[in-house]
Design a protein around this ligand. Sequence first.
Ligand code: DC
Length: 224
Amino acid sequence: MSVSAIPVIAIDGPSASGKGTIAAAVAQRLGFHYLDSGALYRIVGLVAGERRINLDNDLEVSRIALNLNIKFNGEDVWVDGREVSGLIRGEVAGAAASRVAALPGVRAALMTLQRNFRQQPGLVADGRDMGSVVFPDAGLKIYLTATPEERAQRRYKQLISKGVDASMAALLQDICDRDHRDSNRAAAPLLKCSDAIEFDTTGIPVQSVVAKVLQLYQDRQKEQ
Ligand code: DC
C-alpha cells in the first residue's frame, strides 16, 4: 500500500485548544499512531536554549532540528537518550518553541520526521499546520478552537494539578501573545484550511469532542 493511502486525521488549532488531549484519545480509540508535532518544536526550542543558541538564528537552530535523535513512547519523550517529557511541557520551552517555529529552515528540517509518523493502520496528527502543510491530503481535517479565557483556564487547571504555581492573568497574556506570534509569522502561520471542519470546544467536555471527531471520521469513510 502506498503511503498516501494510509489514513490521516489532522487536528489543528491554537495553543491549549485541547488538540493534544483530543488527538491522543482519538488515536487510542482507532488504534492509530499519534504525532504531537508541538513536542518537536518544544524539543528544538529547549535544546537550542540549553546550548545558548540565538533562537532567531535559523541556520543554527535548523542544524539542531536536523540532528536530534527523538523517541516517543506514549507521553514520554527522549532526546539523544535523555528523558525530557516534563522539561518540554514547561512554559520556558513553550515560549522558545513559538520562536523557533517561526523559522522556515526549522519547519523544513522537521518535515520528514513528521511525515515518517504516517504508518499503518493510520495517524492522528496535531499541531498548527498538519492539514495545511504537512499532510495536505489528510482524509479528515479538524480545526479546534476555544475562547482565550477558556484555554487559559484549562492550562491553569493542568499546571495546578501538577503542583506548578500559576497565575491566570499571566497565562491569558501568554496565550494571547502566542496566538499572535503563531498567526502572524510568514512560515506556515496558524490558519484554518478551507477544507477543515471548525469546532469550538468552549464549555464542551473532552469525551463529547472525541465522540464528534470519531463520528466525522466514520462519516468520511462511508463517503469514500
Ligand atoms: O501545541 P504546542 O503548544 O505544544 O506547540 C508549541 C509551539 O510550537 C507553538 O507556539 C506553536 C508551534 N507549533 C507550530 O508552529 N507548528 C506545529 N505543527 C506545532 C506547534
